[in-house]
Design a protein around this ligand. Structure first.
Ligand SMILES: NC(=O)c1ccc[n+]([C@@H]2O[C@H](COP(=O)([O-])OP(=O)(O)OC[C@H]3O[C@@H](n4cnc5c(N)ncnc54)[C@H](OP(=O)(O)O)[C@@H]3O)[C@@H](O)[C@H]2O)c1
Length: 353
């Protein structure tokens, strides 16, 4: 087999890491490619699920003795602590790897220190190959570890004139089946799905990740969170079925903001504490407005249907904007056609001061 460059190996390691997306929380996604002394790929691995072997261990097991004198190319600094598995730094040293190339240092104080341990054992350590790309692949985990609350994606569906429901309140189904399948795939990549009690009372959604055609549930279900200040979620609401874990987050349990409603910052801190690194905010417009007004949304995924309603509630309410100068500026990072609809991904621009 031909030798590959470290840069090429890192590109592959990032691709491998992405296969764990949605299954590794509260751990990060990590990919590893092992090259022997001649630069030939002798092992590959990724972290597939929390509690499972780390990427480096999978790659080392494949490589066997061919790892000796080789290079480990990893998307995240190898861990240095014993959790459910042993420290990867020690495993790399024991295998005789002579160089480790890392895209992103580990921001988790509990697990970091792998690079220092490797260096102390005489292993060459290089940092910074394809860092931006590796950061992007792990953005939810890295962001949530650095600041202590989950990465929040607000997802909504609207007509081309920005309506989230018709004048009579009907809103199912604004977008196509293809878009709804896409949403279920998105749910499969997060640890929690959030909805306001208004949506639960109106639509009675299940909020599970499932196959839309036959209803089969995905193996891993995000935690369902209903943001419900005074506990109005009906006893027979679908979110209370046994299909996935559900948390009815009330103001009494989480804490209340000045308006007496659930304190959203406290809610996110509690979710982080429960191991949630990525959360999908599925609305509705009032809860989304409150999250945006508080600057708590990291990414927006809007599904826009080629329909006009002319009346009916807007996709977003009360986001704290009363004049154009206060508009929440976005940077569009992706536009993809999903069936007849458009999926627009955007990032809120950080506000000055
Ligand atoms: N097109 C879409 O993407 C989409 C998605 C979801 C929903 N919808 C539509 O949206 C409509 C429901 O909208 P909605 O605005 O009434 O519901 P919502 O945003 O789901 O829920 C709003 C409720 O959340 C509770 N809440 C708790 N803490 C809050 C806080 N800190 N800030 C704001 N709200 C808080 C409030 O009730 P308490 O104070 O009683 O807790 C509030 O009334 C339905 O017609 C549904 O079909 C559309």
């Amino acid at each position: 087999m031909a030798s590959v460059s470290v840069d090429e190996a890192m590109r592959r390691a990032i691709e491998l890491a992405g296969r764990g997306l949605g299954a590794t929380s509260p751990n990060p996604v990590v990919g590893c490619v092992l090259l022997d002394a001649d630069g030939e790929v002798v092992g590959e691995g990724f972290h597939a699920y929390a509690g499972g072997p780390h990427a480096e261990i999978v790659a080392l097991a494949q490589a066997g003795t061919r790892a000796r004198g080789g290079t480990a190319v990893v998307t995240l600094e190898p861990c240095d602590h014993t959790g459910r598995t042993g420290p990867c730094s020690h495993a790399l040293i024991a295998a005789g790897v002579s160089r480790v190339v890392i895209a992103v240092p580990d921001p988790n104080p509990v697990a970091s220190g792998g690079a220092a341990t490797l260096r102390a054992a005489g292993v060459q350590v290089a940092l910074g190959v394809r860092t931006q790309e590796a950061e992007a692949g792990n953005v939810a985990w890295l962001t949530s570890m650095r600041r202590g609350w989950p990465y929040v994606i607000w997802k909504y569906a609207a007509t081309l004139d920005g309506r989230s429901a018709a004048a009579d309140g009907t809103s199912m189904w604004i977008t196509s089946e293809a878009a709804r399948i896409d949403v279920h795939a998105l749910r499969g990549t997060v640890d929690a799905v959030l909805a306001g009690v208004g949506t639960v009372l109106t639509d009675d959604p299940r909020l599970t990740a499932r196959n839309l055609r036959d209803g089969t549930l995905a193996i891993r279900q995000p935690l369902r969170v209903v943001v419900d200040s005074s506990g109005r979620t009906p006893a027979d609401a679908r979110v209370r079925d046994g299909a996935a874990r559900t948390w009815i987050a009330t103001a009494a349990e989480v804490g209340a903001g000045p308006d007496g409603r659930v304190d959203l910052a406290a809610l996110l801190a509690e979710l982080h504490h429960r191991g949630v690194r990525a959360a999908l905010l599925e609305g509705g417009p009032t809860l989304a407005g409150a999250f945006l007004a508080a600057g708590l949304v990291d990414r927006i995924v809007g599904y826009v249907a080629p329909k006009l309603l002319g009346a009916g509630p807007a996709a977003l309410l009360g986001a704290g904007v009363s004049t154009i100068a206060d508009a929440i500026d976005l940077e569009i990072t992706d536009v993809t056609r999903v069936g007849p609809d458009l999926r627009i991904t955007a990032l809120p621009r950080k506000r000055e001061g």
